[in-house]
Design a protein around this ligand. Sequence first.
Ligand code: PEP
Length: 250
Amino acid sequence: MPDRRPLIAGNWKMNGLRADGTALARDLAGRLAAAGSAGFDLLVCPPATLLHAVGEALAGSGIALGGQDCHAAEKGAHTGDVSAWMLADIGCSHVIVGHSERRHDHGEDDAAVRAKAAAAHKAGLTAIICVGETEAERDAGEAEAVVARQLEGSIPQGADAVDTVIAYEPVWAIGTGRTPTVADIAAMHGMIRRRLHGLVASPDSVRILYGGSMKPGNAAEIMAVADVDGGLVGGASLKADDFWQIALSV
Ligand code: PEP
């Protein structure tokens, strides 16, 4: 069994001003320092406006910094966008791509997600590639087929366990307080692991995160599921107590 160190990633989405973001970052850094050692990796993904300040607040803490999205191009006439190289330049090691809010709100399809992940790899970042079915797709019995298709379309050539993390996030579980059963999570993560064979190098070493209404009360039972290698946490990552409790559940 390959050693997959759990990753607990916080997606702050479009939340936080400088004072909030730096206070949260310092709080988490203090908890990790007080713990001495941890059996997990911690990552926070603040909005682009906070990357600099949060990066400074996290300096030397061991907590990684990530972006929430990147453009597929290195630079150019793309008003409002941020490139993977810019994220790397400001201290990011990771970037989330293909989050369902980007797929839905910005019409990003698998090809766009794959191009963003490829750019992230070229810039030296680890891409957290998000996949997940809608409620209608699950109700129609298509959840696994949809996620398999997203994996095949979104993972770039040459991806490996160092530069790629998969986040399974059922769309209907994001921000709703609802979660799949542990049996459904196990089935999906098992399917993802099998599908990774042929899509990435060292598929058994790729971390597969669960995301969608993870909180202190459900994190331990979700993290205990086979092939769940951590969490991508939205709402609960904005509260240091909750995020830290989730991390301690691995
Ligand atoms: C997310 O948006 O990545 C997410 C998992 O959100 P939440 O935890 O709030 O459901």
